[in-house]
Design a protein around this ligand. Structure first.
Ligand code: MN
Length: 239
């Protein structure tokens, strides 16, 4: 394992997440798996030179929960508590976080012990998603809640394609449209691309003959849900 290259590379990670750490040690800690800390400290010792990410993960988990709750609460004004809880769980679950982390190439920056490295730890969702949480915790500690919020919005909540969050966009859009004086609304298929086994469908949300949202997805329904979400943003004046 080449430790030095990891330290050099961290500035690339900072660029990717759009946040530059004042305290670079915090970033290194966020990327340090206990197996690496153990190997380099001799024993697991919080006062050792290498700290692992577990405490930052603890913090990041709470920050992520708070920011995503706030987001869902405001985005879905009429959604009951049970549904909000389910939605949040789907957004911050291990596979979802691991997917966001892989989009950043985060796995390349993790400091792993040899044992973990040899048994595929770098590919494991559990580790990758924990590092994502630790990274959020580190940004929060270093830069405060606003910077943490920006990172979460851009790299977690923005990763909406195929995510559970689109499940209720069609319903929500229908409610919005019913309460306004527009005449006609329909979803239109706008094409498809890719081979049969990996087809991507494109859909448009059309209000009074005008396209107000477009979406892509593995299924027609998923494409419509994404189009609905964009249409909601537009109707609410966000875009
Ligand atoms: Mn975790």
């Amino acid at each position: 394992m080449e430790i030095i290259s990891f330290h050099k590379d961290n500035s690339i990670l900072e660029k990717k997440i759009g946040y530059e750490f004042k305290n670079k040690d915090l970033l290194i800690t966020a990327l340090t798996h206990s197996s690496f800390a153990n190997e380099h400290n001799g024993s697991k010792n919080i006062n050792g030179r290498h700290k692992d990410y577990e405490r930052l993960e603890f913090l990041g988990d709470a920050v992520l929960e708070m920011i995503s709750s706030d987001y869902l609460f405001h985005r879905n004004p009429d959604m009951p508590e049970g549904k909000l809880t389910k939605l949040r769980a789907s957004m911050v679950c291990e596979p979802a976080l691991a997917r966001c982390a892989r989009d950043l190439g985060l796995e390349q920056f993790i400091l792993l012990g040899k044992g973990e490295e040899n048994t595929g730890g770098r590919e494991r969702d559990s580790i990758i998603s924990d590092v994502m949480e630790a990274l959020i915790g580190a940004v929060y500690l270093d830069g405060g809640i606003e910077h943490a919020k920006t990172v979460i919005f851009e790299h977690v909540l923005d990763d909406l394609n195929g995510n559970e969050i689109f499940k209720d966009s069609k319903t929500l859009l229908q409610e919005i449209i019913q309460s306004s004086p527009f005449d006609t609304f329909e979803y239109r298929m706008a094409g498809e691309e890719g081979p049969d086994h990996a087809k991507v469908f494109m859909a448009e949300a059309v209000l009074d003959g005008k396209v107000i949202g477009a979406g892509k997805g593995r299924t027609k329904k998923a494409a419509e849900q994404m189009a609905a979400a964009e249409a909601i943003d537009r109707l609410k004046g966000k875009k």
